[in-house]
Design a protein around this ligand. Sequence first.
Ligand code: ZN
Length: 230
Amino acid sequence: MPHQFTIKGLDKNKYPEVYDSISRVMGYYGIDKISFKYPVFFKKLNLIKGQSLMGDSIKISERSLSFLESLDYEERDSVLAHELSHVYNRDEVLYTLIFVFLIFPLFIFELSLLILSSLLLFGDIFIISLIIAGMLVFILSVRFFMWVSRNSEIRCDRDAVLKIKRPEAFKRALISYYKNIDRSQGRPGIPVILFSLLLLVFYFVAGSSHPTLKERIEHMDHVGKAIVQQ
Ligand SMILES: [Zn+2]
């Protein structure tokens, strides 16, 4: 009996290849229902995101839909197998728990300390030490979150290679995805440079949610070898 599935919200006629791939990959994971979300405000950005908090869903921007349509089916299945690994393993639930019970309370605690110190006790050495300690703990909690996220990403890459068994195709897709950057504005001007500086500062403080391209490619090679040896 063929795998029964429902895909809500994706135009089959407009994006036939993506529709076909998603239904195939849903079969590999045994997922029978997924709703498709189209983020209107991020049309021009690269955005592909598997989510699992309020029902299983996948978010793909218009730009990324065209990108996925342009890939061959092994590349596209691999990318979607990565996203459906996020869905299958309910990564978004884990991220939300960390945010609600760790990052957000620490943020509120730090904010209240800052307000308190400026209102009442400015200059009090105890409060200032507490603010600095709180800030360090807050930074550590964000870094912990990023560490959890990086681990999930590696697991999703591994699942994609194990399910689709085409590490070379997945590597090609990933490299094309990283190259699919909007350069319509030409050379960077001062605002763009300042913004990238801000991103670098954020990266320095918080770390990154994704492993680097090099790490991901090396990991895929590693898993690829394990498949060959089977
Ligand atoms: Zn991912």
